[in-house]
Design a protein around this ligand. Structure first.
Ligand code: FAD
Length: 473
């Protein structure tokens, strides 16, 4: 019997639950990936993410080849093209790993229905999280909407071991491959053929080997000083694994095991604390996926009432300046240039620019959320929405109002202005103190071709607080 395994955000054959379960049933396991026009044609897609995805698929095809099987590629509406192929190949079952996103769930339901009409079995698994979204509840039986108690419970949950890689599998015969071609199977397209051009180097090279190497190196060294290094955008103090996590290039159980091994080898209390902090970030990722699963309305906008009809200024020129990194606030502009040039931004800076957009420019956080999705290599609905709602104080978070002062942030986290100078080379000659306080004279700004501050932080902060107070009452 033939089982098709449909890959979506689990682009690997190692530590993959749905795929492992398929291999336990039969040797004839063939991979499948479907380019969905709804996703590729959406307004929240990024060229850099497609480039990374296609690179990972090339690698995945190689992995299948080495395991003795193939990866089939389709393009089209999944509920139409997948059942058609499955029927023509006379498959026994389709397996896939579940997703928390509202669109993914609706899509999967449509595919399941179409397959059931053809009497083709569907088996689904929770794979991308260490703790499945319906597996934990508060004492009162509710979904956690606050992170700290979530973490307390989450960390005590048993974590499964990595599953075995696909091995000694069997692919389609030449005849079956001919049938698959007639049913729409295509060679893997390039990102360019899909309509996306990304010419800069990728923040993380695609495929399993680069991600594994990054994880191994991180767990050898940087993880031991993750706290406090993770806060400084000028230091490579974080793992840089977000794109690999987004597309499941590494299994989450493999990642967890690596962090446990680092714990076992840690030589100081500080290192143990730092590793624990990194594990807490993995738990933030899970927390945001759990709440997205339980409260899909999060995707539509602010969760908390005061923000539901908020009178945002939504100044188009300000938004444009923010996108381009030309607000006149060095730390904000440096961060936006990093995003535009590399497709990645340091977490500290994501918080700074998100706070700036919502609290200083008083622009709807959904604009920023969408712009991030259009630029990030790791752009992910749950994490991005969670990050934006946290920064806008509109999400599930006990602390109601959080306003970052961009200058104070720069002073604390980029004290030598190294990060600022790296991304804003036109400001290289400006005194560090001036870069950090923003007290750069109009003349000097002009000489550097660097704009004046587009708003006054203090004035805007007051304005935002007033608007917030009005909305709350
Ligand atoms: P590390 O510090 O090494 O952390 C390890 C992993 O934990 C990350 O790869 C990521 O998978 C997860 N993680 C870490 N912090 C968070 C967090 N706060 N929330 C959820 N998961 C986390 N992360 C994304 O993966 N995709 C996004 O689209 C995204 N958008 C964000 C938007 C805003 C406004 C903010 C404030 C944060 C956003 N984050 C997002 C979270 C975080 O900034 C990135 O995960 C992190 O910077 C990635 O770098 P890293 O892999 O080196 O992280």
């Amino acid at each position: 019997p033939l089982i098709l395994f449909w890959h979506r955000r689990d682009l690997r054959i190692q530590d993959n639950r749905g795929l492992g379960a398929a291999r336990e049933k039969t040797a004839k396991v063939v991979g499948l990936f479907c380019f969905d026009p709804k996703i590729l044609g959406g307004d929240d897609i990024a060229a850099v993410r497609v480039a990374y995805l296609v690179g990972c698929l090339e690698d995945l095809a190689q992995q299948y080849h080495q395991a003795g099987s193939q990866l089939l590629i389709l393009q089209g509406e999944p509920a139409t093209v997948i059942p058609k192929l499955a029927q023509a190949l006379n498959v026994q079952a389709l397996h896939w790993n579940c997703d928390v996103e509202p669109y993914a769930q609706a899509r999967d339901q449509a595919v399941t229905q179409a397959l059931s009409k053809l009497n083709i079995e569907v088996n689904t698994f929770w794979d991308q999280l260490l703790v499945a979204p319906d597996a934990i509840r508060t004492g009162a039986g509710a979904i956690y909407t606050v992170y700290s108690p979530f973490w307390k419970n989450w960390q005590q949950q048993p974590k499964a071991q990595p599953t075995k890689a696909l091995h000694q599998a069997q692919g389609l015969t030449t005849q079956e491959l001919e049938i698959a071609k007639k049913q729409g199977m295509i060679p893997l397209p390039t990102a360019k053929e899909l309509g996306f051009i990304w010419n800069a180097p990728l923040y993380l090279d695609p495929g399993v080997a680069p991600a594994q190497a990054r994880l191994a190196e991180f767990c050898q060294r940087a993880i031991n000083s993750y706290e406090p290094d993770r806060n400084f955008p000028g230091i490579a103090g974080t793992s840089g694994l977000s794109a690999a996590l987004k597309f499941g290039v590494l299994g989450i159980r493999d990642i967890w095991t690596a962090s446990r091994e680092a714990q076992a080898q840690a030589r100081s209390e500080e290192a143990l604390g730092a590793i624990r902090t990194w594990q807490q970030e993995l738990a933030w990722r899970e927390f945001y996926q759990h709440v997205m699963y339980a409260f899909p309305e999060l995707e539509q906008g602010p969760y908390r009432q005061p923000f539901q009809n908020f009178p945002w200024s939504n100044n188009q020129d300000h938004f444009q300046a923010w996108c381009e990194g030309r607000t006149g606030f060095p730390i904000v502009d440096a961060a936006m240039r990093q995003l535009n040039q590399t497709g990645w931004m340091h977490n500290r800076c994501r918080m700074i620019v998100a706070s700036f957009l919502t609290k200083d420019l008083i622009i709807n956080p959904q604009w920023g959320e969408k712009y991030f999705m259009q630029r990030l290599i790791d752009g992910d609905l749950s994490a991005n929405n969670g990050g934006w709602q946290w920064s806008a104080s509109s999400g599930m978070d006990p602390k109601p109002l959080r306003i970052f002062n961009p200058h104070t942030q720069a002073q604390k986290f980029d004290a030598e202005a190294e990060y600022i100078r790296h991304w804003l080379p036109e400001l290289r000659g400006v005194e560090t103190a001036d870069l950090l306080t923003g007290r750069i004279s109009p003349l000097e700004r002009q000489a550097c071709d660097y704009p004046m501050e587009i708003v006054d932080h203090k004035v805007q902060q007051q304005k935002f607080k007033q608007l917030y107070a009005q909305q709350k009452n």
